[in-house]
Each structure stands twice: as C-alpha cells, then as structure tokens.
Design a protein around this ligand. Structure first.
Ligand code: NOJ
Length: 530
C-alpha cells in the first residue's frame, strides 16, 4: 500500500467542510453555532466521515464572514465559547472524527488589536506587522497591485499619510510576513489550537502570504494568463505566489511534526497550474500534507477533462504526497449546480468520482444530499463581493445558504418563526430527513460510497491507473482488484470489466456479475471488484 499506518486515517478517510453559520442553529438567532455542529455529530458519523474542516469560528466583525479575524485564539460569541469548541473536539473524537480549523494568516481584521495598534502611528509596536508604504509623489497608491475583491490593494491611512496593503477587503489588512514577530505570533497560535486537540488547519490563501519585499509593480497580463488576471489587466506575480511562502509553511510543518500525532496542514492553494500546486508539497514530506486542487475544481464534469487533470496530478505529485479532491466549497457554486446543473444522475457521478479517486475527498456540507445553490436576490446579499459586483457576479451567498435538515418551518436549521441569516431555499425540494427515509436518495448513495471506501484497501489507498475506455466514459483501476467506470455522456456506452458491481449510482445494479463488458446507461457509474 502507498500509505503509512499513521496517515491511513486521513488518506483513506473523507473530510467534510462545515460553514458554521449555515449548518445548525441551536440558540434561535438564525445563525449556526458550535453546539449545533456537536448536535449533528451522529449524522456525520453515520455518513462515515473521518474529519471536519470548520470554516472560521474565531472572533470576527464579519466583514468577510469570519475570514477577517480579530482574535485568533478566541471563539466568536455568535458561535459559542472555547468550551463549546473543546466539547465539539472531544465529542467528535469519540466518534472517530477529527477537527481541522481554518487558519487565516494572510490578513487580519482591521479590528484586530495588532492593527488597531499599528494604525495608531508610524512608531507603534505593531506598525511593522503590516505592509505600509508611502504614496507616489502624486499621492496615488505606492504601486499597481489590485485587490482580489476589486480596486486598488492599497488603502490610505489619512492620519499617517501612508497606505496599507489589503489583498482582499480594505478591512482585511495584509500581515507583513517578513516580520519575525508575525512568524513568532503564528507559531504560538498554531500551538494553541494543536495543544487543545485540534488536528490541523485548512490554511487560507497560503499562496499569497508573503509579498515582494521591494513592492514592485505587477507586469501587464498577457493572453496565456489566467482569465481573472487578464480581466484585471495585471499578472499578480509580486503580491501573490512568492517563493518565500514555502518557508513559512515548512516552518509550520516542522512544528506539526513535533507532535506525537502530527496535525495536518491542508492549503487553500488556489493556483492555476498543477506544477505550482506541487510546489506546496515540498519534497513530499516537509511542507503541506495536502493542497486543494483548483484545476480539478475548475474543470468541467467531462470525462476527458477530468481524466486529464487527474492523470497530470498523479504524474506530478512528489513521491509519497497525497492528492485532495473537492467539487464545492463556500467560495464556488455547489457541485450539484455548477457541475451537474441540478441533474441528480450527474450529481451521483460527481460524488462517485470524488469518493473513488486516490486521495482525500473534501465534501462541502450539502454535497451528500445533492444540494444545489440557494436562490439569492439582491436584498438577501451578505457577501461584500456580491454587493459590489451585483448583478454581474452574485457573490458567494448562493453556496452559503443554510443546510436543509427537514421539510419543516426553519428547515430544521433554525427554529420555526426565526429568519435564517441567508434564505433557506426550498427545503421541500431537498433535505436530509426525506433522504434518510429513501434507499434510493443521493444521501443513501453517498453513505454507501463512503462505507465502501472505508472497507476497501484498494479504494482507500490503492494506486490510480487510467484504463482505456470510449470517448465520454472514464475508467480507472484502483489497486489490484477494483475498477471504477463512468459513462459521462448522453448515450449508452460499453466499458470493459469483469467482477461484481459493489457500488453504483444506480442501486439496482449492485450485486450484478460482469463478464468482460458492461453497457452503462447515460450518466451512470459503477465500482467493480474482481
Ligand atoms: C479564501 C476564503 O475561502 C474566502 O472565503 C475569503 O474571502 C478569502 N480567502 C479571504 O480570506
């Protein structure tokens, strides 16, 4: 097997991303909370997951809904208390589920005490913890860097006459990672959580953390550059993707490796090239344990496109490194909408792929029931980016709508009569309770797929190998005895295989013996063992 015993729990496991505001509300304020997550642990254990990635629950004024942190070691009162977090970690542990928190090191909130001090004047103790620069002689920003969220990446601090850098909202000032004090502060933060039993971090925009020390202008974008950079007109090479980010990640890996069970470092490696993604794995042992594969996330649900990304990823990964596969998160349209256009057969195929590739899948809350994006009108908007770019871009609220637990008032997410922070959508159309009662539901399929993976060494940790198959289909071997075959086209197609169908997007096929070949109906997938 290509994995060590110590890594087996997460290599063979499935992670589940929780967006806490939208998961389960126990204190009747229309916003999810930590006790709500703890209350759903039995559901998550039945689903069969091994770990949870918790989007930020640390103190935040919510300019960017948790991704603007005002205290890295405190729980936001809207979510509960540190004791609630401890309870979640220990109750999850009793069910064999480990918790990853979200670490946001690129920037803080402008209300963090470090920035409040930094802003108090050029001689402040924390001034150098952020990136400050003088205006150009004409008073304009120090260079041409643009914020990911639109406009200049510089905000003028009237009092001192200097600008500070923000790669995201102006209320999210970027930290200066050239500062040893910042590095030391984060060493203490990661230890704080790991000492409490948190099993690792998803690291926010870890490719952006450090900026060009000379603050050089970004060059103009050219045709081959990523679309967003072409639209902005600049190639973000000096305020992003600097090589020195790797030193910081390796520093955390060294700290992690000092723990008896090393906590995981999973990066939000939102890069366009697989070769760039691979750099975050270091030599396979000294940097991130895993990085989200945005080339895969951004691929279409097409056999050839996905197979190519998977083959390239497999070929490029350093020895011993482990892939991460995802179809949805709180920043991109949910897979049931973006990949599947609401077609349940396509949703099942997407889930089958995620749950049978070599690597750790991260499901986003609701993927397991095929939840589509929620309906968002302009008056519902909470995401600053959606507010800024409406109607050209609706922002990220559609993928953040509350989890529909049941077809009841409040959707089982919040109490009847309470208005949820974002609209529920229509819980009658898709909810957990109804799917629990239906052996043919997407939820039932997801549970079978996760259970199958847990009980099969081939699926958990066996090597991946593409197999020949007709256009529009995708077939691959996992380990010695397992073959996955998908027809991702609109017409029936034959695939070669021999053995027994142990899992299928079409439940009635399970248990069928296959001798040499099988004709798959459109948008159908099978797992066959011999
Ligand atoms: C990536 C996070 O996933 C996103 O939600 C956030 O807005 C940006 N980073 C800035 O922290």
């Amino acid at each position: 097997m290509s994995t060590s015993d110590a890594d087996r729990w997460w290599h063979g496991g499935v992670f589940y991303q929780i967006y806490p505001r939208s998961f389960a509300d126990t204190n009747h304020d229309g916003v999810g909370d930590l006790p709500g997550i703890t209350a759903k642990l039995d559901y998550l254990a039945d689903l069969g997951i091994s770990g949870i990635w918790l989007s930020p629950v640390t103190v935040s004024p919510d300019r960017d809904w948790g991704y603007d942190v005002a205290d890295y070691c405190g729980i936001d009162p809207g979510f509960g208390t540190l004791a609630d977090l401890d309870t979640l970690v220990s109750e999850a542990g009793h069910r064999g589920i480990r918790i990853l928190m979200d670490l946001v090191p690129n920037h803080t909130s402008d209300q963090h005490s470090w920035f409040v001090d930094a802003r108090s004047g050029p001689d402040a103790a924390h001034r150098d913890w952020y990136v400050w620069a003088h205006p150009k002689p004409d008073g304009s920003p120090p260079n041409n860097w643009l914020s990911v969220f639109g406009g200049s990446a510089w905000e003028l601090d009237e009092a001192s006459g200097q600008y500070y850098l923000h790669n995201f909202e102006a209320q999210q000032p970027d930290l200066n990672w050239w500062s040893e004090d910042v590095r030391g502060a984060f060493d203490a933060i990661v230890r704080f959580w790991w000492d409490r039993g948190v099993s690792g971090f998803r690291i926010d925009v870890c490719n952006m953390m450090i900026k060009d020390a000379e603050l050089r202008d970004n060059p103009p974008a050219t045709e081959g550059d990523p679309l967003d950079q072409q639209l902005m007109g600049l190639r973000a090479v000096y305020n992003s993707d600097r090589p020195e980010a790797h030193d910081i990640l390796q520093r955390w890996r060294t700290i992690a490796d000092g723990y008896e069970t090393p906590p995981l470092l999973i990066g939000e490696t939102n890069v366009e090239q697989l070769t760039t993604l691979m750099e975050f794995y270091g030599d396979g042992r000294n940097e991130l344990h895993g990085g989200f594969n945005f080339v895969f996330i951004n691929a279409n649900l097409e056999a050839e496109a996905m197979r190519r990304v998977v083959e390239d990823t497999e070929a490029l990964l350093p020895e011993g490194a482990w892939p991460i596969w995802t179809g949805s998160n709180h920043d991109v349209s949910r897979l049931a909408t973006r990949w599947a256009g609401g077609d349940v057969a396509k949703v099942r195929c997407a889930l089958l792929i995620l749950l049978t590739l070599r690597g750790t899948p991260f499901l986003y809350q609701g993927d397991e029931i095929g939840l589509t994006d929620g309906p968002i009108f302009q008056s519902d908007l909470h995401d600053a980016v959606g507010i800024r770019f409406w109607p050209y871009y609706k922002g990220r609220d559609p993928e953040r709508t509350p989890m529909p637990w049941s077809n009841t008032p409040g959707g089982g997410f919040t109490s009847p009569g309470v208005t949820p922070w974002l609209p529920m959508g229509d819980p009658a159309a898709c909810n957990v309770a109804d799917q629990e009662a239906d052996v043919d539901s997407v939820l039932a399929f997801t549970r079978r797929a996760i259970a199958g993976r847990r009980h099969s060494d081939d699926l958990a940790v066996g090597p991946y190998r593409s197999l020949p198959s007709p256009t529009g289909t995708w077939a691959y071997a996992r380990g010695e005895r397992t073959v996955v075959a998908l027809n991702m086209s609109e017409r029936a197609q034959p695939v070669e295989a021999t053995g027994t169908i142990v899992l299928s997007t079409e439940r009635t096929l399970e248990g069928t013996a296959v001798e040499g070949a099988l004709t798959l109906a459109p948008w159908t997938g099978v797992v066959i063992t011999s």
